[in-house]
Write a protein that binds this ligand. Structure first.
Ligand SMILES: C[S@@+](CC[C@H](N)C(=O)[O-])C[C@H]1O[C@@H](n2cnc3c(N)ncnc32)[C@H](O)[C@@H]1O
Length: 230
C-alpha cells in the first residue's frame, strides 16, 4: 500500500502496512536531511551512557537507535507498536542477544509497561512526531516516570522553529510528510512544565535532540502534628 494513500491517523500508527518497510534501514540512511547515523551516534554521548546501564528505547523500530547504546555496553529494551519492524530487529540484533530485548506495545509512549524509576536512560529517535502536542506532553511525563532520579532522557527528531518554518520546509522538502513534528517554540516548555531541565542540541538543519534531566524530587509531608516551642 502506498503510505500517501493512508489517512493521517492510520499513517501514524501503521508501520506494519508500509511497503517500504523492507527497505527501511537503507531509506533512513539515504535521506540526508535526517542526519540519521550522526544523530544516533550522538545519543549515548549526549546522555553520558555508561556500561551496564539500562536503557529504554521507545519506538525502537528495527533496532538501529539501540545499537550505539549496545556498543557503549548498555543493556537496551526496545518497545514499538509495529510487529513487522520488531521482527526485522530480531534478525539484525541477534549478535546482541542477552543485551537487547524487544517488546511489542500498542501505545509505547503513553503506556510504558514498566515500574517507576527503573531506567538509567530513556530515549526515542524519529518517533515522537507520531504524537500530537497533547500526547507529546503526556509521553514526556510517562518517560519521566520510568526514569531514575538525576538521569537523562533523549528525544531526537525533525523539528521546526514554528508553524511558518514548518510550512516553508514542507514545500521545500517533498519527501517530508506532514506529521506532528515538534516545534522549537513549544517543545522545550513541555519538559520544563514537568519540572525537568532541558537542553536542545542541533545535529542538522532540521534535526534536533532534546536532552532532559529528571531532578531528584523532595517529598514534603506536613500532615504530621508537630510540637511547638512555647
Ligand atoms: C521512523 S521509525 C524510527 C525507528 C528507530 N527509532 C530508528 O531510529 O530507526 C518510527 C517508529 O515509531 C513507531 N511508532 C509509530 N507510532 C508510534 C507511537 N504512537 N508510539 C511509539 N512508537 C510509534 C513505528 O512503529 C516505528 O518503528
Amino acid at each position: 500500500m502506498d503510505p500517501k494513500s493512508l489517512k493521517m491517523e492510520e499513517k501514524k500508527w501503521n508501520f506494519d502496512e508500509y511497503d517500504w518497510l523492507e527497505k527501511y534501514d537503507q531509506r533512513m540512511q539515504d535521506l540526508k536531511r535526517l542526519y540519521y547515523k550522526e544523530t544516533l551516534e550522538q545519543l549515548p554521548i549526549l546522555v553520558s551512557a555508561q556500561p551496564n546501564e539500562l536503557v529504554l528505547d521507545i519506538g525502537t523500530g528495527t533496532g538501529n537507535s539501540a545499537v550505539p547504546f549496545l556498543e557503549a555496553e548498555c543493556r537496551v529494551i526496545g518497545i514499538d507498536p509495529s510487529e513487522r519492524m520488531l521482527e526485522k530487529s530480531k534478525e539484525k540484533m541477534r549478535k546482541w542477544e542477552g543485551f537487547f530485548s524487544i517488546q511489542h506495545v500498542d501505545d509505547p509512549f503513553l503506556h510504558i509497561p514498566y515500574d517507576d524509576g527503573i531506567f538509567d536512560i530513556v530515549i526515542s529517535a524519529y518517533a515522537i512526531h507520531h504524537l500530537d502536542d497533547i500526547n507529546k506532553h503526556k509521553a514526556i511525563t510517562e518517560m519521566k516516570r520510568v526514569l531514575k532520579a538525576n538521569r537523562r532522557m533523549a528525544i531526537a527528531d525533525t523539528m521546526f522553529n514554528d508553524e511558518t518554518h514548518k510550512s516553508s520546509a514542507l514545500s521545500e522538502y517533498h519527501d517530508l510528510e506532514d506529521e506532528y513534528q515538534p516545534l522549537l517554540s513549544t517543545f522545550p516548555m513541555m519538559f520544563e512544565s514537568t519540572g525537568m531541565n532541558v537542553t536542545m542540541h542541533q545535529i542538522g538543519e532540521l534535526i534536533w535532540v532534546a536532552i532532559a534531566k529528571k531532578n531528584r524530587e523532595i517529598r514534603w509531608n506536613n500532615s504530621m502534628p508537630f510540637i511547638q516551642n512555647v
